[in-house]
Ligand binder design. Structure first.
Ligand code: SF4
Ligand code: SF4
Length: 164
């Protein structure tokens, strides 16, 4: 039986991704998914966990997905789990369910251009890069990043999120 009938009744997101109905729980994606090894099992694979959770946008596991596309490449039924997971992340972010760490990471990108707090250590990082014959990292074009965030609506979403 398709795994998501109950889910379909409860969440209109599934209607945007009818391919989920063709998932036969064959577990082929579990063979290549790196998140599968983060405590999931053959009877509760990572993808199955996402597809079968009620209110899946509230499932914290959606944030574990590394967006590596391996499930898409290998799925014999072209279910495209990543498309669903990314849409769930969008929905979770809009509704304020995204973890604090995600918000911090976005903020980090918007203010420094880097996803990780390395900006203060650039001097040391570049010294090491030079020693290894690598080009130095420079300051990011934060103004350009902010423009993109403004035009795509991300800036507004972040502002709304801060008020919650
Ligand atoms: S490989 Fe495709 S059909 Fe098989 S469990 Fe994964 S998503 Fe479902
Ligand atoms: S894209 Fe996400 S769900 Fe798909 S294999 Fe990679 S980590 Fe797993």
């Amino acid at each position: 039986m398709p795994i998501s009938l109950e889910y379909k009744a409860k969440n209109e997101l599934l209607q945007k991704f009818p391919k989920i109905e063709t998932c036969l729980k064959c577990n082929t994606c579990a063979l290549v998914c790196p998140v599968q090894y983060a405590g999931f099992s053959p009877t509760n694979t990572y993808v199955n966990n996402i597809f079968s959770t009620q209110e899946p946008e509230k499932n914290p596991n959606i944030w574990l997905c590394a967006s590596c596309h391996k499930c898409e490449e290998i799925c014999p039924y072209e279910v495209k789990p990543l498309e669903v997971i990314e849409a769930l992340k969008d929905e979770a972010f809009e509704k304020g369910y995204a973890p604090e760490a995600i918000r911090e990471e976005i903020n980090q990108v918007l203010t420094t251009g880097y996803a990780f707090p390395i900006f203060q250590s650039l001097h040391f990082i570049n010294r090491e890069r030079e020693r290894r014959g690598l080009k130095p990292l420079g300051e990011r074009k934060v103004g350009e990043i902010k423009k993109i965030a403004g035009k795509t609506g991300l800036e507004n979403k972040m502002a709304g999120w801060k008020k919650k």
